[in-house]
Design a protein around this ligand. Sequence first.
Ligand code: PLP
Length: 438
Amino acid sequence: MPDGEGWPSTTDNPAVRRLSDWPAEPLRNLADEYETPLYVADLDRVKANASRLRSAFPDADLSYAVKANTTRPVLETLADRGVGAECAAAGEVKRSLEAGFPASRVRYTAVNPPARDLDYVCGLDAADDMVLTVGAMDTLNRVAQRGFRGRLCVRVNPGVGAGHHAKVSTGGEPKFGVPYDRTAAVVEQALEHGFEVVGLHAHAGSGISGDDLSAHRELVRRMGGLAGDVEESLDFVAVGGGFGVPYHEDEPPLDLDTVAEATREAYREGWLEAVAGDDGEDAPAPPQLAIEPGRYFVADAGVLLTTVNTVKPTPETTVVGIDAGMTTLVRPAMYDAYHELRSLEPDTPRRDAVACDISGPVCETADVFARDRPLPDPSRGDLLAIGNAGAYGYEMASNYNSRPRPAVVALEHGEPRLAARRERLDELTRLESEAEDS
Ligand SMILES: Cc1ncc(COP(=O)(O)O)c(C=O)c1O
């Protein structure tokens, strides 16, 4: 029996939670109580995802790429489970420390970091315990100038990219990391600055799929080889995140054990080629492998609830206007991302399917969640759920069109608690009012 009445069991741990697995009635109750648009984050599912990752990678250093979802209950849940925090900005470092990640488990991966970010991180009392990852010689020098004496990691551009969309493929993009064959020089420079270089890092992109692991394997093999080539003895080699989740209802889930096995094999292969030739006789053990998924921890732990505002039959299609838009969930507009949609109305079995364009309230052509998608004959006031909204959903919400951001409810054992209240209209001008008053 589920711990929370009506919610999926917390003891089963299936490889995926589909939108169709979420129970309609408790979601309707949440929408009644907190109104829409509303993000719902099930912390029990976050824990279950963490435990599957841990079982597949028992020896790896496991971190959470917090950029996927930094709401406090999610961070606290993962900090409690001993997972590390991989942070991309000073604000993420701040949130992670405040949520209880020990500084020794926080890695700040500085991508073209603004001075303010470096000032904040390098000035923290806890800075010495953290790991700071640099992806350019220039960043290394800026970190040295600020007197940072913590542990250092070098981000490498592995020359291999992967991802569900060109805009999330990082591995071959010059913006990220030092060029592969200049890594040794950057490590040397870091040692000359007196840094303790503890790791190497790379991330190919987001969306590793079970269909083709070749780009992931190649990245990991290269990183294993690089670790063997670098003179310094390292604590870890981080091979990024990017573990895909099935956004389509009929897509199979990622087989984590297969990914883990491929990762270990490729890592060992690269390492052995570098340190011992092919036979591996008397080879030392490689540094610990580190992974840092974001999406995998949280995507299927979240849904977005939204209400139909407008139903407009047109010659081309039926336009269904909902109260969530690209300012609530930007992925469809930004990456052409697909999200499942489901009506939560109790009488849907009695309604005929109608092909609809499901659109938000933002005055932009891109503000369309789905085109030509069948929905049970929609009517104003219907409650809809959008699946896999736990990753890069609330996190990317904006105030464009002067739209207040939605509310977030966290569930634990089926018990809801408000994690972020809905923004109010009068708050949208707060910063301008403060500027006038100053
Ligand atoms: C450096 C780094 N690590 C990890 C991730 C997490 O990726 P995902 O959420 O696809 O697992 C990202 C995402 O952009 C990233 O930039």
